[in-house]
Design a protein around this ligand. Structure first.
Ligand SMILES: *[C@@H]1O[C@H](CO)[C@@H](O)[C@H](O)[C@H]1NC(C)=O
Ligand SMILES: *[C@@H]1O[C@H](CO)[C@@H](O)[C@H](O)[C@H]1NC(C)=O
Ligand SMILES: *[C@@H]1O[C@H](CO)[C@@H](O)[C@H](O)[C@H]1NC(C)=O
Ligand SMILES: *[C@@H]1O[C@H](CO)[C@@H](O)[C@H](O)[C@H]1NC(C)=O
Length: 345
């Protein structure tokens, strides 16, 4: 299993000045504007206080000084937070996180987006399962507004198989054993995290299988795959400025890896049906088509295996998608002219 294992000591020292210069925010940003807060949700088997994850937060602050970084956690104890990546009710976990955000004064105070008082306006960065959980958080947490959501190696369209566990990772093995026995039972769906985004397909219809649609307590709901749709979900996803989906080119952990792009992979023929060819897109179950038509949906490939992150790619991504709100071109140009001192005559 590949976790977030960036060598923390090298992460920042290797960030050459030239690399940083190339990711400086575009000129349409007011120099004084405060960056949006950044939520970071780690992946399976990782913990909120891990050094590698912390250095990602530090990098985000280096690219956009003053960024308030919030590491999503389900327990103050890092070990328990890691266990909660394997065991727990994902819907309940998302409710807990939503409540915690609401009680964070640093998020409330930087509100003031277009939808009114008390809005929490953030950027978000999700690693592996943290990616689909952040998307679900956006869909379900009232008052939360996201500008950019960037996910790396996530399982937006679920997994067809549970990943291999490390030889001595008994928490992981325990979860795997339960999924193998009966993934769709209430006991497993209410308790084993990866089971809640496990997904099987009906080979003749190409849609989610009957067992999945009946049993999945998390993914079938947040992907609006059932007959009765939650309209609010589509509105929330379509409200994003950008949804940036990175798939690791050599990913062998996420099966299939194209899940990170919302693609469907035929388990028998391995044929990949891209999102834009799927019913969930054409009928716009969760707002992805609307977002795509506005140019808000970005498909990207990251080199390497699952969670083999490069700081240069991260820094570039943070530079482009995070930081202060970008103001409409016209207004900002005026501002910059005045600041440059050659606006008067
Ligand atoms: C999981 O938590 C949600 C939200 O608290 C709750 O509605 C649901 O019944 C729980 N599911 C199971 C299977 O326990
Ligand atoms: C697949 O879908 C078809 C058409 O809805 C249905 O008749 C069939 O029973 C499904 N197959 C399985 C294995 O559930
Ligand atoms: C998946 O591939 C198999 C084998 O080629 C094929 O028989 C089946 O119809 C495909 N399923 C879908 C939904 O396209
Ligand atoms: C996707 O749909 C387009 C237009 O209908 C079609 O030309 C293309 O072959 C499809 N691609 C795949 C991989 O299904």
């Amino acid at each position: 299993m590949h976790l977030l294992t960036l060598p923390p000591a090298t992460l920042l020292t290797l960030l050459l000045p030239s690399a940083l210069a190339s990711v400086l925010p575009p000129a349409t940003v007011a120099p004084s504007a405060k960056p949006l807060p950044l939520l970071i949700w780690h992946g399976l088997g990782d913990r909120y206080d891990a050094e590698g994850l912390r250095s990602v937060g530090t990098l985000a602050q280096k690219v956009h000084p003053g960024t308030y970084v919030k590491f999503i956690k389900l327990d103050d104890d890092g070990g328990n937070d890691r266990t909660a990546t394997f065991f727990g009710n994902v819907s309940a976990q998302i409710e807990t996180v939503c409540e915690e955000l609401r009680h964070d004064p640093q998020l409330a105070s930087v509100g003031g987006g277009s939808t009114g008082v008390g809005e929490m306006r953030v950027d978000a960065l999700g690693f592996s399962q943290g990616g689909q959980f952040l998307r679900a958080l956006l869909q379900r947490c009232d008052g939360l507004s996201m500008r950019a959501l960037v996910t790396f190696g996530s399982q937006h369209n679920g997994i067809a198989q549970f990943q291999l566990c490390g030889a001595y990772d008994f928490v992981c093995k325990g979860a795997a054993a339960l999924i193998k026995n009966n993934a769709w039972s209430d006991g497993v769906q209410g308790r084993v995290v990866p089971a809640q985004y496990y997904r099987t397909v009906n080979e003749s219809t190409g849609l989610g299988s009957e067992a999945y649609l009946a049993g999945s307590r998390f993914l079938a709901d947040v992907n609006n795959e059932r007959v009765v749709k939650n309209e609010g979900y589509a509105a929330k996803v379509a409200s994003l400025d950008k949804l940036v989906l990175f798939v690791f080119g050599e990913d062998q952990t996420v099966i299939p890896k194209e899940s990170g792009w919302f693609a469907e992979v035929n388990a028998t023929s391995e044929e990949v049906t891209p999102l834009r060819n799927r019913t969930m897109y054409h009928e716009d179950w969760i707002g992805l088509k609307k977002l795509d038509e506005r140019g808000g949906l970005v498909f990207k490939t990251a080199p390497g295996k699952h969670m083999e992150l490069e700081e240069k790619l991260l820094a570039e991504t943070f530079g482009v998608y995070f930081g202060p709100e970008r103001v409409a071109q016209g207004g900002m140009m005026d501002g910059l002219v005045v600041q440059g001192g050659d606006g008067g005559s």
